[in-house]
Design a protein around this ligand. Sequence first.
Ligand code: ADP
Ligand code: GLC
Length: 512
Amino acid sequence: MKILMASSEAVPFAKTGGLADAVSALSLALAARGHDVRIMLPRYYGIDTRDLRKLEGELGVPMGGGEEWCAVYSAVLPGSSKKNPVPVYFVDHEHFFGRDGIYGSSGETDFLDNPRRFTFFCRAVFQVCRKIRWTPDILHAHDWPAALAPVFLKFWERPLGPEGEFAKTASVLTVHNLGYQGIYGKENFFYTNLGWDVFYRAGFEDGNMMNFLKAGLYSADRLNTVSPTYARETQTQAQGFRLDGVLRYRSDHYTGILNGIDTKVWNPKTDRLIPQTYSVDNMAGKAAAKAALQKTFGLPVDADIPVFGMVTRLTGQKGVGELFGPAYGSAWSICRDMKVQLVLLGSGEAWCENEIKSLTSRLPNFRARIGYDEAGSHLIEAGSDFFLMPSRWEPCGLNQMYSLVYGALPVVRNTGGLADTVENYHQETGSGTGFLFDDLTPAAIYNTVGWAAWAWYNRRKHIEAMRARGMKRNFSWTESAKQYLAMYADACSMPNLVGQHNFVGPPNKVGL
Ligand code: ADP
Ligand code: GLC
């Protein structure tokens, strides 16, 4: 199959979170099965054009009644096989992408012109295909920044009729996080060049605003999210972020496919970013990593004290309010009351960064590094005994899978992909791979960390058995790639007719 990934992030070129890991790893897994996979990304300022190849000529992209001109660069996705490499195409537009930051900067967390930037990107996807004379069987869009690509396919390209280049292309939209939908003033709809009838038929309408993700959810032929539990949760009012009605409406074509992990990058047996590699049969390297972690973060080097690690974006989704909220967060009492060490690497909301800095100055057993640090994240996974992830919602979550294979037992909230990958500890039998709790409250986090620390000090045999169990888990992308291929085949078999002229659809206000 010819598969085109349209995404705003892909490692190693642009990353703010797990989306970037997922897009590249899935592409490699599909290419390894012999498919022709290509990725399309904006050329952000941070991507050095000296490492890329420039395609000849310029590219015109219809936008807002006129045309925008841009250049196209290409590269090969690192990790690709020589036999079947994955090309990456970069859309280069100085005005839209020639600035620091992917979605925003510290001064402007969501760029004012994001609707325009990503409308442009989604429209450019088709023009690049024309330029390289390559038509995908599947257009696979990821999250709200690429969500207009399936909309353009359905309401611009397909109406060109059987002679149009994309007449046979089917689309898939993957929701990596329903918490980000791209909701903007509807005056931005102008940039799409689509008629106002399409504003309603394609499901853009969101109160008096325009919702990128919602339009994608109406328009794509097939939808999925990144874990089965999150697929169920998002169809409930409690966790549907106001789009649960749309997702229930499309439930016949909406599934959950668990992400895998890139086992070439995240593998304690081969990891070059940790002091010494290790495996379930030889754990000396894990002890060395723990000592290195304690030393690096300025904590007393002590093998007997359990280390709880965190690597996270500091934002409400990740439960940081309940952990670090001034006066009520539980990190303070955990570190004050328990014989544990807590180590954190993360960046995000300013209040949280400040609170963390303040806590580290008052607690001898809590150390943090504010910032983004690839090597640091590997050291934390390898050096920690437990990994804390009290997410409010978690579509999949990669870190708990990394920590399982690195022998750091996850302490996580029972939600989304966390519920699908971590099995709760059973105190009587010793079964399980981690520690789960239901309520997102400071007390529940406190109690569950306390439970894990209790098991560390009183049930060490259980801890070691759980560790071994987790390290043997196989989270490779192979299985998920098969499920994506099945979804692609299904998408090609029958397009989604919602909003087509011959379709008398439901009111556009479903779920709103
Ligand atoms: P999300 O995408 O919601 O942030 P995931 O668990 O799916 O959550 O993915 C997060 C990814 O980002 C992981 O690869 C993790 O290691 C990485 N990451 C997050 N914060 C940092 C940081 N401060 N430094 C290094 N890596 C980070
Ligand atoms: C999102 C989600 C995360 C998921 C990642 C990759 O960022 O928050 O749970 O693992 O996408 O799919």
